[in-house]
Design a protein around this ligand. Structure first.
Ligand SMILES: CC(C)(COP(=O)(O)OP(=O)(O)OC[C@H]1O[C@@H](n2cnc3c(N)ncnc32)[C@H](O)[C@@H]1OP(=O)(O)O)[C@@H](O)C(=O)NCCC(=O)NCCS
Length: 214
C-alpha cells in the first residue's frame, strides 16, 4: 500500500480490562514469535475454536514473515508483561492486486483471559491500524458454534455474508463455517445479488454500450 506508514508507526495503546487491569496492545516483534506460537497451539489444542490443528514449521514461517511485513499487522496483548492474546491482519489472498485492500483477520486470547475485554481491545487496535492503512474491508471465517467470537465480531459491526454448511466436523458434529465482513470504507454500490444484471441489460437500461468486459 504505497505511501502508508508501517506497523511500527502505530504506537502501543493501553486499555483497561473488565476487572480493572491495564493491558497493552502493540505490534509484535520477532522475539514474541515463540510465545505467539504457544498461544496458537494451546488454542488449537482446545479443538473447537480454530481450524488450525498443528502449529508447525509452516505456521512459524508464516508468522515470522507477517511480523516482518510492514503491510501486515501482528498485534499482541500484554497483561502484566505476559502475552495473552494476538490478532493478525493480512492480505486476504496474499499479494493479489485484486484484493489489495481486503484483509483477513485471525485472533486468539489465551484461555483464562477471555471475556474480560482483551479481544475487544485487540479489535479496536486492529481497526485503527486498518483505517490508518486505508484498508477497505476486513474478512473472516468463524465456526457457527463459536458464540463469543461471533458476539465480538457483531459488536464491532461485522455482518454475516455467507455460510458454508457442514464445512467442519468437530467432536462428532457437523459445524457450519460462517463468513463475516466489515467494510471500513464505503460499501460497493452494486453488490452481487446472485441475479446480476447482464452487460446487455445494463446497456439497454443506461443507454451505454457494454465495455470491453472484465
Ligand atoms: C474470540 C476471542 C478471541 C474473544 O476474545 P475475548 O477476550 O474473550 O473478547 P472480549 O472479552 O472482548 O469479548 C467477548 C464478548 O463475547 C461475550 N461472550 C462470551 N462468551 C459468550 C457466549 N458463550 N455467548 C455469547 N457471548 C459471549 C462476552 O460477554 C463479550 O461480550 P461483551 O463485550 O459485549 O460483554 C476469545 O474468546 C478466544 O480466543 N476464543 C478462542 C479462539 C477463537 O475463537 N478465536 C476466533 C476464531 S474465529
Amino acid at each position: 500500500l504505497p505511501g502508508l506508514r508501517n506497523q511500527a508507526a502505530m504506537a502501543q495503546r493501553k486499555y483497561r480490562t473488565r476487572d480493572g487491569e491495564t493491558i497493552t496492545i502493540r505490534g509484535a516483534a520477532v522475539e514474541d514469535v515463540p510465545r505467539l506460537l504457544q498461544i496458537w497451539q494451546k488454542t488449537a489444542d482446545e479443538g473447537k475454536y480454530i481450524a488450525t490443528e498443528r502449529v508447525g514449521e509452516d505456521f512459524r514461517g508464516r508468522l515470522e514473515g507477517r511480523v516482518a511485513d510492514r503491510d501486515t499487522l501482528v498485534a499482541v496483548a500484554e497483561h502484566r508483561g505476559m502475552i495473552v492474546g494476538s490478532l493478525t491482519l493480512y492480505q486476504y489472498y496474499g499479494n493479489l492486486n485484486k484484493t489489495k485492500r481486503v484483509y483477513s483477520l485471525g485472533m486468539v486470547v489465551l484461555k483464562g483471559y477471555r471475556s474480560i475485554g482483551i479481544g475487544s481491545s485487540l479489535m479496536d487496535y486492529a481497526i485503527r491500524w486498518a483505517r490508518h492503512k486505508g484498508i477497505r474491508k476486513l474478512s473472516l471465517e468463524v465456526f457457527s458454534t463459536n458464540e463469543a467470537a461471533t458476539h465480538l465480531y457483531r459488536k464491532f459491526g461485522f455482518e454475516v455474508e455467507g455460510t458454508r454448511k457442514g464445512q467442519f466436523q468437530i467432536a462428532g458434529r457437523y459445524v457450519d463455517e460462517v463468513i463475516m465482513g466489515l467494510f471500513l470504507s464505503a460499501r460497493p454500490r452494486h453488490q452481487a445479488t446472485g441475479r446480476g444484471e447482464t452487460l446487455g441489460r445494463r446497456a439497454a437500461r443506461t443507454g451505454r454500450r457494454p465495455g470491453p468486459g472484465i
